[in-house]
Design a protein around this ligand. Structure first.
Ligand code: BGC
Length: 401
């Protein structure tokens, strides 16, 4: 059984519920079995045989490195495409209430979109794997065992999503395969000691699985040779009515969280966990994103402290009324950053020429709380040598008629 990184280093004084969560190990593991794959036959809708993911060229980096795009298909015809650049989920085809498949992820058709100066400038992290530390670290500073570390600053004097060049800009080594659950893509990356200022060689494995029950499961594992903060997540922007609605304001969202982490003007937590009751942050019952967003300066870009924190639990459910599509996010993480694409400003044109304006998509980034390395009362994100970081998040798609 893998050891949770949060096992060893937990400050006293935090609520016992979160303490329990912090100590939980994650039960669901996708065992990638690429060596025993079924013969490659096309996974036509309605067939049960799991075939291998397909691959194609997606373009090249500026230094000429090949970027590949893998596409996973399940027996119901859902398709997930993932690029070796950033381990980025570039498209996800899911059915609506009439069975019509369409893409529900913001992104680009070709690698150039992710490498373009416009994209790099606004840096919305479309669909990317985020690391070594998802979300913000105040002033990019933290102390482990008495030693202070300084990591890359890229967001108002703070470090966001791994710093200047995060895992979202790395080329990952990919291995397509199948498991009992469906087609898989295993991505690995070695983040060397000192990369972006972080201590320790961090070996990271991420397994994407497109399951027979219409879930995209993402399973993250990491080990280190020096104590280091780790907080991995995925930065997919969803719009369950993509192509039909230019914003996500009509999506109805439920987040089973009674509290959220209060932040300052630069989105750094103050350390306070505040009740959502009576505020526009209360999504314990379904609310359209647009219903109260005007009361939240800038829009939603906050971390909710999930009520249930042990085992796999719900992080959010979303319903889009015109298409009938539903999304259920489950995780073993204690928090979820719900971000409503507030900084999208129409400067990026994505797949099918669609312009991505404000609130064109929303993210549900399952993770530990922001700035945990500097917040002694938050569950720890420090991974030590000999421990294994392991976390799983699933995005399950359905319809409501
Ligand atoms: C952050 C936002 C940031 C965005 C970048 C989100 O996870 O919370 O503040 O602008 O990522 O796309």
């Amino acid at each position: 059984m893998p050891i949770s990184p949060r096992l060893g280093v937990l400050a006293a004084g935090f609520s016992s519920a979160l303490l329990l969560a912090a100590c939980s190990s994650n039960p669901t593991t996708s065992q990638e079995t690429a060596t025993t794959t079924a013969p490659a036959d096309p996974a036509a809708p309605g067939t049960s045989a799991s075939a291998m993911p397909t691959s194609a060229s997606f373009g090249k980096t500026a230094d000429g490195t090949e970027i590949q795009l893998f596409t996973l298909t399940n027996k119901n015809g859902l398709k997930a495409s993932i690029s070796t650049y950033g381990g980025t989920l570039t498209s996800l085809l899911v059915p609506d209430k009439d069975g019509k498949m369409s893409d529900v992820i913001l992104g680009f058709d070709k690698a150039e979109g992710y490498l373009s100066p416009e994209f790099r400038k606004s840096n919305p992290y479309f669909g990317a794997l985020i690391g070594r530390y998802g979300n913000r670290i105040a002033k990019g500073k933290f102390t482990i065992d008495g030693k202070e570390y300084q990591v890359g600053l890229n967001n108002n004097g703070n470090s966001l999503h791994g710093g200047t060049v995060g895992f979202n800009q790395k080329i990952w080594t990919a291995k397509p395969g199948t498991s009992a659950d469906g087609e898989t893509l295993t991505l690995t990356y070695l983040s060397k000691d000192g990369e972006e200022g972080y201590p320790g060689n961090l070996t990271v494995t991420v397994v994407y699985t497109l399951t027979a029950d219409n879930a995209l499961k993402i399973d993250y594992t990491a080990t280190t040779d020096k104590a280091t903060p780790v907080n991995l997540t995925n930065h997919a922007y969803f719009n369950l009515a993509l192509g039909q609605s230019k914003d996500v304001l009509a999506h109805q969202v439920t987040i089973p969280a009674d509290r959220y982490t209060v932040v300052d003007a630069n989105l750094i937590p103050t350390g306070e966990l505040k009740p959502v009751k009576g505020t526009p942050f209360d999504f314990t019952t379904p609310h359209a994103i647009g219903e109260r967003i005007a009361q939240v300066p800038g829009g939603y870009d906050h971390n909710w402290a999930l009520n249930q924190t042990t085992g796999q639990h719900s992080a959010a459910t979303v319903y889009e009324p015109t298409t009938g599509r539903t999304l259920e996010v489950t995780t073993d993480e204690p928090g979820v950053q719900f971000y409503t694409g507030n900084f999208l400003d129409g400067s990026l044109k994505g797949k099918d020429g669609v312009v991505y304006g404000k609130h064109a998509g929303f993210c549900l980034e399952t993770q530990h709380f922001p700035d945990s390395p500097n917040q002694p009362k938050f569950p720890s994100t420090i991974l030590k040598p000999g421990q294994t970081y392991h976390t799983t998040t699933s995005y399950t798609f359905g319809v409501r008629k």
